[in-house]
Write a protein that binds this ligand. Structure first.
Ligand SMILES: C[S@@+](CC[C@H](N)C(=O)[O-])C[C@H]1O[C@@H](n2cnc3c(N)ncnc32)[C@H](O)[C@@H]1O
Length: 297
């Protein structure tokens, strides 16, 4: 067991992610350690396990590292924050760096800690595609990490989420990067409603990021399931896209194969779309559950 844990961490040490101190160190089956994930956030570690508690060998290895370690159980329905396991406790939010930008992390914020590391390469891709004067709409934004990358690339961003605490967190992420939130837009509410409203107003964006939860229900009780309804979401996004605009469409739905995902998007467009499937980042070595389509119109 110890040699697998050490080997996984050494493998990540050999990868080069400039300006980045947040990455996945152990990725379950990809590292011969099914049911076990480990992420580093500026040297503070978060262990996630499918089992109710980590086994004694893993706990002993973690304690030997002499660093802050927290633990959570892998379960999307869980709301609890990670629990302290070893090293100094980390009770305040703290910054990490990704591709030279800073993001606030919290081990007290419930199941998710502020940034989804599997979107690392896509965020860098968004910044690369931005030019001053461009506009980007980040739907289902969570803490606005895509918006920060777009703004750092010179775009004017609109950040949209159901939850005000996440929009406030997004604004703090802008400030952490010396980006003025007052020069950008933040919309609280349902993505489907906002997209309809933008379309009615004739408001267009050069780029739109779609990264919805696998299942959601809006305020009118309408259910959205990625496997069936992604096309409906993409159609709404296309109606808000400026000529020549592009979408980044993502899903982490394991039940939706990449070809079926692409088919849903092509089915709602009258244009001959240019679509590229992006792979997951190199620190994610297990099953590539995250599907990311760069869709050019
Ligand atoms: C999986 S996270 C998105 C992660 C984000 N794209 C990122 O890369 O950081 C899902 C987010 O969508 C938000 N959300 C869920 N349903 C929504 C809806 N119908 N409209 C807007 N936001 C929604 C949640 O509040 C949560 O912040």
């Amino acid at each position: 067991m110890r040699h697998l844990l050490d080997a996984a961490v050494s493998k990540r040490n050999a990868l080069s992610f400039p300006g980045t101190d947040a990455l996945r160190l152990i990725d379950g089956e990809g590292d011969g350690l099914p049911g076990l994930e480990l992420e580093t956030f500026a040297g503070k570690w978060l262990l996630s396990t499918r089992d109710r508690t980590p086994g004694p060998a893993v706990l002993e290895w973690l304690r030997d590292q002499q660093r802050t370690v927290y633990w959570k159980q892998l379960d999307q329905h869980q709301k609890e924050s990670p629990r302290w396991v070893a090293g100094p406790e980390q009770e305040a939010p703290f910054p990490v760096r990704e591709s030279g930008l800073a993001f606030e992390i919290s081990f007290q914020s419930g199941y998710s800690q502020g940034i989804f590391l599997d979107q690392h390469d896509n965020r860098a891709g968004v910044r690369e595609r931005m030019r001053p004067g461009m506009t980007l709409l980040n739907t289902f934004s969570y803490t606005g990490a895509f918006s920060v990358f777009a703004a750092a690339g010179g775009a004017t961003t609109t950040t949209l989420d159901l939850a005000q605490p996440y929009l406030d967190w997004a604004k703090r992420n802008f400030v952490l990067n010396d980006l003025d939130p007052a020069r950008h837009y933040f919309c609280k509410g349902d993505t489907f409603h906002w997209l309809q409203r933008f379309a009615k107003q004739g408001r267009k964006f050069d780029a739109i990021v779609l990264d919805p939860p696998t299942f959601s229900r809006d305020q009118d009780g309408t259910v959205f399931r990625v496997e069936k309804d992604y096309g409906r979401l993409a159609a709404l996004a296309f109606s808000c896209l400026a000529p020549g605009g592009w979408l980044l469409a993502c899903t982490n739905c394991r039940q939706l194969p990449p070809a079926a995902f692409e088919k849903q998007i092509r089915a709602v467009s009258t244009k001959a779309l240019k679509i590229r499937h992006a792979p997951m980042p190199a620190d994610f070595t297990a099953e590539p559950y995250l599907k990311s389509l760069w869709v050019e119109t």
